[in-house]
Structure formats: C-alpha cells, structure tokens
Design a protein around this ligand. Structure first.
Ligand code: ADP
Ligand code: MN
Ligand code: MN
Ligand code: MN
Ligand code: MN
Length: 333
C-alpha cells in the first residue's frame, strides 16, 4: 500500500514569495526522500540549469486527505546541497541556535482577506459596503463573510497539530485573522507557512482566494498585518528585559522595516491602528505605536511585547530572525 506526501515549498516570486506544492506517492513505511522541481518555473533557476532540490524539514498529518497522508514543508537547496538564496529558513536557523539559551517564544497574528470575483468577500458589485465599525469580531450575515471557510481552516490546523491559538473576524468585511503560537522562531514560522498553505487550499474548495496583500483596498479601510508577539525567558520574568527589547528594536528600526514585508509603507501610514513606518515608538496599551506593551504586562511587570509592524505578507523566517537577532543580542549584554 501507499501514502501521499504533499511537498510544500516557498518559491522565488518577487517581491513576495508564494507557496508551491506537489504530491509524491510513497510506499507504506517509506521515509520522506529528498525531491526536486523545475526552478525555472518558480523564479528560482535559469532554464539551462533548472533543477532545484526539496529537503523535508517539517511534517504533519494532512487534514485534507486524511489517513496516513502528510504535509511536508521543504527547504529549497541547490544541487550541491547548499541553501538556495531564497531559502530564508537556512538564514534563521543559525541565529535561533545562537540564542537558543534565551528561549524565545513567538505568537504571530496572521491577518488576510478573502476575494471572490475580483473584490473582497462581502463587497457589493461596483461599490463599497457600509463603513468599518461592525465587522470586527462581528456575528450575522450582514457583518461576516466567509465564516464557513474560516471554521474549516481552523479544524484543519487543529487536525494537523499546529499551535493555532485563535481566530477572529477583522475590521474590514472579508478580512480575518488567525494566530499561531506561542512557539520558538523556527517552529512558529514553519507552522505559519503550513497554516497559510491550508488557508489557500481550503478556500480553493469554496471558489474563494485568500490574499496576504497588506493594503487590499485603498482608502478608509484597514490594511492586513502580522502582529508579532515576542518574549524571552528574561522578558517573561522581569520588566527591565521588556524595556531593553523595546529600545533595541528602536535602534534597528529601518533594518526591521525593510524585512517586514513588501509595500509596508502603504500600510504603516499612521492611520488605521498603525504607527508611521518612518517613526519608531513603543508604549503601553498603545495600538498607535510600532511596538505595544500589553497593559497586563505593565501591571505584572513581566510578559511579552507586540511588534505591530510586520505586514500580512511578511516572511516569518525573516521577521523572527530580525527580532531574535536584535533583542537577544541586546539582552545578552
Ligand atoms: P491581540 O490582542 O493583539 O489581538 P492576539 O490574542 O490576537 O493579540 O494574539 C496574541 C498572540 O500572542 C497569541 O498567538 C499568543 O499565543 C501569543 N502570546 C501570548 N503570550 C506570549 C508570550 N509570552 N510570548 C510570545 N507570544 C505570546
Ligand atoms: Mn514534468
Ligand atoms: Mn489579534
Ligand atoms: Mn488583528
Ligand atoms: Mn495584535
């Protein structure tokens, strides 16, 4: 007998990479082998030298096919087995290892928007719905659009064993959020990429597409972000470490902004619960700051911080590498 393995990888589309996948049939009990693909079709290789290598790095049950079938997240390698330049996971792992002693945890809030027939789900043909105000965490057919897809996605993430920690309807119709974590930098990123793949794949069955576009509708409509909640063991036990992390993020603000997702200046305007991309700030309970210290954390004098800057379309391998590198280096001193 056989089982099916869905090999999933991150391509070379610029400026924002996309997910690709294909299926391998394996004999029962067979290990997951290294595999390959045509890199000339994914912006990862020239046609004359097109072979790229897929190396399995994270496996979970496939909640769509069920049974013994699995989802297999892969890294992309060159044929000499060195990391491809698009392989941002390979850039994260040495940083994560270097600071592993600080026990970093991440919880990422992935916002996204459903589209059907060229407009956000819930938007009328040729116009706009009622202004924002009732959609966030709403209930009822006049306020939420696509809940059946969201519920199917939540079930799938749970069946896959991902550390999904919640879902909510967002501020714009057709816009939603799920959270993954808390988990370590590599773990949360692997799981977020799989959760994104499941979202696209499940919405496909409903004839709907999901997009991580950071500003899917121009004008007075919220963008889509990936608020990144972060703590180390020291931050979970004392307030000085919380402040050290907030200050360190300020010193490297432009480097972080550059790695937080394409089109970030369209979303971080200073409006719609954002701080302007060009001015770093942090504050307690402040949803207009770059980095928020939750009020409970100030009361308890320990906990975590929320970096509100990453775009929905960010690469979590890059975001977690930047945050661990910046904050853990400062906390080490
Ligand atoms: P918000 O109030 O900003 O909407 P959410 O509830 O959507 O926040 O998401 C908060 C995320 O932070 C969750 O994924 C949660 O698991 C994560 N989280 C909670 N505690 C910690 C911590 N100590 N370190 C890192 N992440 C944490
Ligand atoms: Mn072929
Ligand atoms: Mn949230
Ligand atoms: Mn949100
Ligand atoms: Mn948030």
């Amino acid at each position: 007998m056989t089982y099916r393995a869905e090999y999933i990888w991150i391509d070379g589309t610029e400026p924002t990479a996309r997910l690709r996948s294909k299926t391998k049939i394996l004999a029962d009990g067979a290990d997951l082998p290294i595999w390959g693909f045509d890199g000339s079709s994914t912006n990862q290789a020239p046609g004359k030298n097109s072979d790229c290598v897929l190396k399995p790095v994270f496996t979970c049950p496939d909640p769509i096919r069920g049974g013994d079938d699995v989802l297999v997240l892969c890294e992309v390698l060159l044929t000499d087995m060195t990391p491809h330049k698009t392989n941002t996971r390979a850039q994260l792992t040495p940083v994560a290892e270097r600071f592993a002693g600080q026990d970093s945890w991440f919880g990422i809030e992935q916002e996204y928007t459903f589209f059907k027939e060229g407009r956000p789900l819930g938007f009328p043909v040729g116009g706009f719905p009622a202004p924002q105000g009732f959609y966030y965490c709403g209930v009822g057919a006049d306020e939420v659009y696509g809940r059946e897809i969201v519920e199917a996605h939540l079930d799938a993430c749970l069946e896959a064993g991902l550390a999904i920690s919640g879902i909510n309807a967002e501020v714009m119709p057709g816009q939603w959020e799920f959270q993954v974590g808390p988990a370590g930098p590599v773990e949360v990123s692997d799981q977020l990429w799989i959760a994104r793949w499941l979202l696209y794949r499940i919405a496909e069955d409903f004839g709907v597409s999901a997009t991580l576009d950071p500003k899917p509708v121009q004008g007075d409509w919220n963008g889509a972000g990936a608020h990144t909640n972060f703590s180390t063991a020291a931050m979970r036990s004392g307030y000085d470490a919380i402040i050290t992390a907030c200050e360190a993020l300020g010193e490297k603000a432009s480097e972080h902004i550059a790695g937080y997702g394409a089109g970030i200046e369209k979303r971080l305007t200073g409006m719609h619960e954002t701080a302007p991309w060009s001015e770093y700030s942090y504050g307690v309970s402040d949803r207009g700051a770059s980095v928020r210290i939750p009020w409970q954390v100030e009361v308890d004098k320990h906990g975590y911080i929320e970096d509100r800057r990453p775009n929905a379309n960010c690469d979590p391998y890059v975001v977690t590498r930047l945050i661990v590198g910046t904050c853990c280096e400062a906390l080490e001193k």
